[in-house]
Design a protein around this ligand. Structure first.
Ligand SMILES: Cc1ncc(C[n+]2csc(CCOP(=O)(O)OP(=O)(O)O)c2C)c(N)n1
Ligand SMILES: [Mg+2]
Length: 569
């Protein structure tokens, strides 16, 4: 068999072309002398659109936010200084299963060959430190050479896509403009097909268990989104009339208006009907379940012993482990194989939302704030949450077709601002709402300038409570280490873009908040809400209090008098 004829391309052009073929239309990052030649190729070929960011950390967050909506994202950084700035964000992409391609323009091969000392290195005669560092936060990595570029570029892009994990590649600055032979065929993003026997018996095993059950249920984690199977899970739940719950990391992956959606499962911290649906199920199908303390009500989750554990590329069911199967094919097969159930009695009642009644002129409270935000949400919104009391967002019911973007496992403050830029770039036509605290915002605030520069129109809800309130629930309720500088947040759009048309609001009462919420979405809206440092919804404070016991143990300082912000009721 003869292979299709190759063609010749410059390595940099080929890389950009492959990114395009993989559906990537934008590249985030910061220029540097080791990557300028690739940037020039980007401009010469018009391949991708460059979105320069204020820092590589924010570029890594942006590429992650972009990938959440687009399926893949990419950033370009410079050797060492840029790569290590971005590594926190790439660690987050690994933790959250987000396929991001991190490209570092690196030391020219001519310098490596000759052992020349170069800037942006340790000046110790070695060049592998950053490749080695990235080994811990990526599924695959490589330094490109003229010999391996054609195969390694395809391998890395395909690995990111298949594993839903980040990859790292170094492009030495003196090879981007060299011609190599590249494959004639376009890059195809596809999984290898499943092994027919394994697939067939896996489907039969799952379908057999679900059909025999009297109270089947489905528990969903973020991989259901990453591997694109939310619609299959809804079809399956409809066909077998089972309840579906998610964990925090998968908020909104299952449409929250789907009649069989019961809510968020979080061990003993769940609402009773959700806990019952999951824990008393006689056949639970879990999808991509990766529990941690904050998604299990501090390890109080109790899944049934015979839980079926489905993952992106493997399944555990009936004591067997199935390899060489893909989640989508498994679920499609199960949907076909299970008999349609009619008239299974419903097992849950929706929890009633408790209304708070606040005087319009009274000082704004978190309780009144989140109630007002609930009414502001619209179908199709993209909602971002950062660490902090804004986690109250998890308690809101999202309208149909909303997307949630957060980082529950990794939890790096400031992520949401960079991710907002990325997601706005991927889907500017949607309405994007950011929920962020003053402390988290201070980490990555300067990326607001990039959002304004590109005329995006998100709504930014910032809680100004004078510091790290969620941390006050762990330790140091009144300690100065949880206080921060009081910025004039609502003035920042003007600082970051002189001719901004953004609408800024400083909100102190429920009435002020209503004014802000009635502004049209034709430009950026920035809502700075001033709230008390000791105000947080009870689930947040409870979780912080419990976290302190786990983190510091029985001898920890959290037991001292007035050291922790406690729930008010
Ligand atoms: C990169 C990073 N540094 C530190 C932390 C620890 N941390 C978690 S939440 C938080 C405070 C968040 O404060 P803010 O955004 O103001 O939210 P609030 O609870 O006050 O609403 C901090 C410092 C972290 N999660 N990530
Ligand atoms: Mg705060």
């Amino acid at each position: 068999m003869s292979s299709p004829p190759g063609r010749r391309m410059k390595i940099g052009d080929f890389l950009l072309h492959r990114l395009e073929e993989a559906g990537i239309r934008h590249l985030f990052g910061v220029p540097g002398d080791y990557n300028l030649e690739l940037l020039q190729q980007l401009y010469d070929t018009g391949a991708l659109k460059w979105i320069g960011t204020c820092s590589e950390l924010n570029a890594s967050y942006a590429a992650d936010g972009y990938a959440r909506l687009n399926g893949l994202g990419a950033l370009l950084v410079t050797n060492g200084v840029g790569a290590l700035s971005a590594i926190n964000g790439i660690g987050g992409s690994y933790s959250e299963h987000v396929p991001v391609i991190c490209i570092a323009g690196s030391i020219p091969l001519r310098s490596i060959d000759r052992g020349l000392g170069m800037h942006h290195t340790m000046a110790d005669g070695t060049y592998d430190h950053f490749l080695d560092a990235y080994a811990h936060v990526t599924a695959a990595r490589a330094r490109l050479t003229p010999r391996n570029a054609a195969t390694e570029i395809d391998r890395l892009i395909l690995t990111a896509w298949r594993e839903k994990l980040p990859v790292y590649m170094e492009l030495p600055s003196d090879i981007a403009c060299l011609d190599i032979e590249v494959p004639a065929a376009p890059l195809t993003l596809a999984d290898p097909t499943s092994d027919p026997e394994r697939l067939g018996s896996c489907i039969a095993a799952i379908a057999g268990q679900l059909s025999a059950a009297t109270s089947p249920a489905i528990l969903v984690d973020a991989d259901a989104d990453r591997f694109g199977v939310a619609s299959e899970l809804i079809k399956l739940a409809e066909k077998i009339q089972s309840p579906v719950a998610v964990i925090n990391t998968a908020k909104s992956v299952i449409d929250e208006t789907f009649p069989q959606y019961v809510g968020i499962y979080n061990g003993k911290a769940s609402e009773p009907h959700v806990r019952e649906a999951i824990e008393t199920s006689d056949c639970l199908l879990s999808v991509g379940y990766r529990p941690i303390e904050v998604t299990t009500g501090d390890f109080t989750a109790a899944l049934p012993v015979n839980t079926i554990r489905a993952r992106g590329h493997s399944v555990d069911v009936n004591g067997d482990n199935y390899q060489a199967v893909t989640l989508k094919e498994v679920l499609k097969g199960v949907i076909d194989a299970v008999p349609r159930v009619r008239n299974r009695p419903p097992r849950h009642v929706a929890a009633a939302v408790e209304a708070v009644h606040a005087e319009d002129s009274a000082k704004l409270t978190q309780a009144a704030y989140w109630q007002a935000i609930q009414d502001y949400l619209r179908p199709g919104d993209v909602l971002f949450v950062d660490n902090g009391t804004s986690y109250a967002l998890f308690g809101l019911k999202f309208p149909p077709k909303c997307t949630f973007i957060g980082s529950v496992n990794w939890g790096s403050i400031g992520y949401s601002v960079g991710a907002l830029l990325g997601a706005l770039t991927a889907a500017p036509e949607r309405r994007h709402l950011l929920f962020v605290g003053d402390g988290s915002f201070q980490v990555s605030a300067q990326e607001l300038s990039t959002i304004l520069r590109h005329d995006h129109k998100p709504v930014i809800f910032l809680i100004n409570n004078g510091g790290y309130t969620i941390e006050r629930g762990y330790l140091g309720k009144t300690e100065p280490y949880n206080d921060i500088a009081n910025w004039s947040y609502a003035d920042l759009p003007k600082v970051f873009r002189r001719d901004t048309s953004a609408r800024s609001f400083v909100v102190k009462t429920s009435r002020d908040l209503q004014d802000a919420l009635s502004a049209p979405n034709d430009r950026m809206i920035f809502v700075e809400s001033i709230m008390d440092s000791y105000d947080a919804l009870a689930p947040i404070t409870n979780s912080s209090n419990k976290g302190a016991d786990l983190n510091y143990g029985p001898r920890g300082p959290q037991h001292r008098e007035n050291m922790q912000l406690r729930p008010t009721r």
